[in-house]
Design a protein around this ligand. Structure first.
Ligand code: NAI
Length: 483
């Protein structure tokens, strides 16, 4: 099939490259000449594992091309997939890119003398495809629905594993205005062996929000449990959640042992969720709820918990270090999660801002984030381009992305660069690692039996449950009660 993909961001370029790898002829279109230039030279404008190779292979095979010329790309094409951004504008998605793309497609539809389907892949609230995209297409093309087809085909890939997610999709949801439109998407996805659901446009739109909202619920639930554990002497959220995960309704046992469903990785304490999707999508659904007269009480709480979580983590840093003013904190991680360079709504940036508000000096490092991107995100002079320079003379290191490299790092050597060997683990990634004795380790979501007061300007002294030879585990409640 000849396919046009409009928008070469995470979703558009991954979609285009994966479809080309399965034999389709794909023309990727973007308004950004810079992006198209990069893609043509075999590079990818953002970090996504495995994508550059796939783009290169697609171009070498002649099945994948990139252009800014929509008219040329839509020639002989049977399907246009719209994958432009719908970024948050306040609490609602900004539809201006989608509207512009629909208008441009409509103008080209007017010239096509064969049946063409337009499918929205961008995440939009229920009703948008029917009430916003369809009228624009009809007005600009001068054609009625039926003369062209219309679908809504939500995308579920995750940044950091986007190629794998697309190639091994769990399910493909085809929201169709009529069966003829849906048949074209069915044909497109024939090489992808997974469940395919043919649903209404509105069900497709809502499915995407339902999926992301459930993930956000899981994260905020775990973080609320973490806050409760932090306030409970003797409690450790990881132990509590480990026990929860062992419920066979969450992790059933099969012939080869216990199954570990992916949702369990969201049921973990941390610094909160971020990225270009979860916060934006949960907020959009709340606004949609208000418009339709439905109170979204649970989603409201999910966002409130998430907004507060970075502050709770900075409270922990303050409890550990005393007043943060003039203290130096090495912030290890800027992207919203490991394996990506995406800074959109990153909770690590919220932690950064909260530290700066308390006048801490911050030295931030993220292996995937460039100095320019960090400065655009408001990092001023805080960016460091190596782990060592971030740790240099720091009073504490605060881990904000779960980079697996931290699990094998030589922390004894690394902390020798610091003023004090203090690790605060915002992702609890080092929880089961035995760290050498001089290192003081503070996970999130743990409270232990408090002891007597410690000087507020000094790091807290570990006192219980520390196996000899391993690092000192001091928990949030311990230091909160001390300071
Ligand atoms: P993005 O912001 O990375 O990329 C959007 C691209 O569209 C940009 O390259 C931009 O230049 C281009 N563009 C804007 N207007 C255009 C036009 N009129 N014609 C051609 N190109 C145009 O966006 P991303 O992250 O790929 O997201 C796209 C949509 O997919 C959003 O609605 C998002 O919510 C949704 N989504 C994103 C996921 C993710 O992990 N990033 C996962 C699933 C869905």
């Amino acid at each position: 099939m000849i396919v046009t993909v409009i928008g070469t961001g995470y979703v558009g370029l991954v979609t285009g490259a994966c479809l080309a790898s399965r034999g389709h002829i794909v023309r990727c279109v973007d308004v950004s000449e810079q992006r198209i230039g990069l893609i043509r030279s075999g590079r990818v404008p953002f970090y996504e594992p495995g994508l550059e190779q796939l783009v290169l292979e697609g171009q070498l095979s002649g099945r994948l091309s990139a252009t800014t010329d929509l008219a040329a790309a839509m020639q002989a094409s049977e399907l246009s997939l719209i994958a432009v951004g719908t970024p948050a504008k306040g609490e609602e998605p900004d539809l201006s890119y989608l509207e512009a793309a629909a208008a441009e497609i409509g103008l080209q539809l007017a010239h096509l003398n064969h049946y063409h389907v337009v499918a929205v892949k961008s995440t939009v609230v229920p009703g948008t495809t029917r009430n916003v995209v369809q009228p624009i297409l009809e007005t600009t093309s001068g054609r009625k629905l039926g003369e062209f087809g219309l679908c809504m085909n939500p995308e579920f890939l995750r940044e950091g594993s986007a190629v794998e997610d697309f190639q091994l999709s769990d399910r493909i949801v085809i929201g169709q205005v009529d069966a003829r439109s849906g048949d074209v998407l069915d044909e497109l996805y024939r090489p992808f062996p997974c469940d395919k659901l043919r649903v209404s446009l509105e069900e497709a739109e809502l499915t995407k929000y339902a999926c992301n909202s459930l993930l956000a619920v899981a994260v905020s639930f775990a973080n609320e449990m973490a806050a409760l554990c932090e306030a409970t002497p003797g409690a450790d959220v990881d132990t509590v959640l480990d026990a929860l995960h062992l419920d066979r309704r969450l992790s059933p046992t099969g012939p080869f042992g216990r199954v570990q469903p992916g949702i369990l990785s969201y049921l973990r304490a941390g610094i909160g969720f971020g990225g270009s999707c979860l916060p934006k999508d949960v907020n959009a659904l709340r606004v949609y709820g208000r418009r339709t007269g439905v109170a979204t009480r649970m989603l409201d709480a999910v966002i409130a918990i998430n907004n507060h979580r970075p502050i709770q983590v900075v409270n922990l840093a303050e409890a550990v270090l005393g007043r943060l003013s003039r203290k130096t904190v090495a912030l290890l991680g800027l992207a919203f999660k490991n394996g990506t360079d995406d800074l959109r709504s990153s909770p690590a940036l919220s932690v950064f801002r909260a530290l700066r508000l308390r006048r801490a000096r911050v030295q931030a490092y993220d292996p995937h984030v460039s100095r320019e991107a960090a400065i655009r995100a408001g990092l001023d002079g805080s960016y460091r381009n190596t782990l060592e320079s971030a740790l240099d003379n720091a009073d504490a290191a605060l881990i904000t992305t779960a980079d697996p490299a931290y699990r094998t790092a030589d922390w004894l050597h690394l902390t020798s660069h610091m003023r004090r060997p203090i690790l605060i683990d915002g992702r609890n990634i080092l929880r089961n690692i035995s760290l050498p004795a001089p290192i003081r380790y503070y996970p999130v979501g743990a409270g232990i039996v408090p002891a007597g007061p410690a000087p507020s300007d000094q790091p807290s002294v570990p006192r219980t449950g520390v196996p000899s030879g391993s690092s000192a585990v001091v928990t949030a409640n311990d230091v909160l009660l001390e300071s």
